[in-house]
Design a protein around this ligand. Structure first.
Ligand code: BGP
Length: 469
């Protein structure tokens, strides 16, 4: 490949890492916190519940000190809706406000910028019982929650992410345990895309609210974006890839940025009698909500070929494993890509391709909110030799730099995850952190923290502004 002249990472590039409340905090039913849908869902077979996780709720000062030791410029974490509003609306939990005030202040103590996700797969159970995102009222619920966040934390939090991976909630919601269908639902697709519509409208209104309440803050989506490849140059495979790109990616970004439904997806919904109902003002709300940046999670690309009509729309294995949609696209295993121990394809070059595609479509600054490799890390004599994670992250950071050199505006990089935590459905054993948490799936041990090899490596990457990988 021709050697490209590389543009250096800016000195104000936001190096950090990510967690989510339900996967890292623990203390899921103490200090006034109400249950979320994650706390009441059936725990995946053989995995731990969420009562402890990494116990970040009690260890956050130690954890943030370790993040500061790595030199983090930012820490992307989420706020638990039901820790702040135990019933989802109405009464505020003062201990919840107190915890997040302390968490934010601890970040600021080290000049770490809090990058806050408002909603990360954890709808309050009390609202879920009312129908969750199936309810038209869900828009107002989310706005009420947003007002509480902006009022209590808006003086110190200047970067907000609205809904983590709304596209995965829509496409793989049942697997994540975060989206449900009302009993007796007769048109599942219509129901799911109606829920998605309420989330799009809620997001748009919250972005407008943020700009009204905290004009100096910036807000954006946090979608899981995977550029979709055609399995071959066969024209029908290219059309299939366009279909899946629209359904998986562009529906959500077109709506977030331009306030309109992607035409391919709208046509698909029309064909299936699954178009969402618009309430008065929805179209205007979508048009009026504007992100200041695009946050996105990247784990890999997807590949598909022309449908042969046999695909079913059963829930996919997980958020990174392409399913298929009869008549639209068929999943394809990309033979050019290796896989992780958990069956996720690895595609650093596709990361550059994904960044380029997003930037060319939307022309907004971007921050990577998740990227990483889940693995069976082993603690041996107090060390974790996660050379595979260093290699994965190095290869992906190299591609960010190429994308920057391609003229794409990149604000920051927050790998998943800052510290070991509970996987969406593989429990504690699927580890992602720079910091090892010494517990097993069911044996909590002492929850002692250990610096992995990747901790020291990432510290050096940050200290050299990405020059020494
Ligand atoms: C993303 C979620 C994260 C995290 C990550 C890793 O989709 O936003 O919350 O779970 O996937 O996935 P998993 O935990 O399934 O390995």
């Amino acid at each position: 490949m021709l050697h490209k002249k590389l543009v250096k990472f800016d000195n104000d590039f936001l190096w950090g890492a990510s967690t989510s409340a339900y996967q890292v905090e623990g203390a899921n039913l103490v200090d006034g916190k109400g249950p979320s849908c994650q706390d009441v869902k059936e725990v995946p077979e053989g995995t731990s519940d969420l009562t402890v996780c990494a116990d970040h709720y009690h260890h956050f000062k130690e954890d943030i000190a370790l993040m500061a030791e790595m030199g983090f410029k930012t820490y992307r974490f989420s706020i638990s809706w039901s820790r702040v509003l135990p019933q989802g609306t109405g009464k505020i939990n003062p201990k919840g406000i107190e915890f997040y005030n302390q968490l934010i202040d601890e970040c600021l103590k080290y000049n770490i910028i809090p990058f806050v996700t408002m909603f990360h797969f954890d709808m309050p159970a009390a609202l879920d019982e009312k129908g969750g995102w199936s309810c038209p009222e869900s828009v107002e619920w989310f706005l009420e929650y947003a007002r509480v966040l902006f009022k209590n934390f808006g003086d110190r939090v200047k970067y907000w992410l609205t809904i983590n991976e709304q596209n995965m909630l829509t496409l793989a919601g049942q697997v994540i345990g975060a989206l449900h269908l009302p009993k007796g639902c007769t048109n599942e697709m219509k129901e799911i895309y109606q829920q998605n519509h309420y989330m799009l409208v809620a997001q748009a209104k919250v972005m407008s609210l943020c700009h009204d309440m905290n004009p100096d803050a910036k807000i954006g989506p946090a979608l899981n974006i995977s550029l979709v490849y055609a399995a071959s140059c066969r024209p029908e495979d290219v059309i299939a890839a366009q279909n899946f790109n629209a359904i998986r990616n562009w529906l959500y970004l077109d709506a977030s940025v331009y306030g309109v439904y992607n035409n391919l997806v709208w046509a698909y919904l029309q064909e299936n009698d699954a178009c969402p109902e618009f309430a008065d003002g929805d179209a205007e709300a979508l048009k009026n909500g504007h992100p200041d940046f695009i946050g996105f999670n990247y784990y890999n690309t997807a590949t598909c070929q022309e449908s042969d009509g046999t695909e079913t729309d059963n829930p996919v294995a997980d958020q990174q494993t392409t399913g298929g949609a009869a008549g639209l696209y068929r999943a394809y295993r990309n033979e050019y890509l290796e896989m992780t121990e958990f069956g996720w394809e690895i595609d650093p070059v596709g990361f550059r391709g994904t960044i380029r595609e997003i930037y060319s479509r939307y022309r907004l600054p971007m921050i990577v909110c998740e990227n990483g490799i889940g693995a069976y890390d082993q603690l041996v004599d107090g060390r974790v030799h996660d050379s595979y994670r260093i290699q994965y992250l190095r290869e992906h950071i190299e591609q960010i730099q190429l994308a920057i050199s391609d003229g794409c505006e990149m604000m920051g990089y927050c790998p998943w995850s800052a510290i070991d935590l509970i996987s969406t459905h593989e429990g504690m054993v699927k580890r992602y952190g720079f910091i090892y948490v010494d517990r097993e799936e069911f044996d909590l041990k002492q929850l002692k923290r250990y610096r992995k090899d990747s901790f020291y490596w990432y510290k050096k990457v940050i200290a050299t502004h990405g020059r020494d990988l």
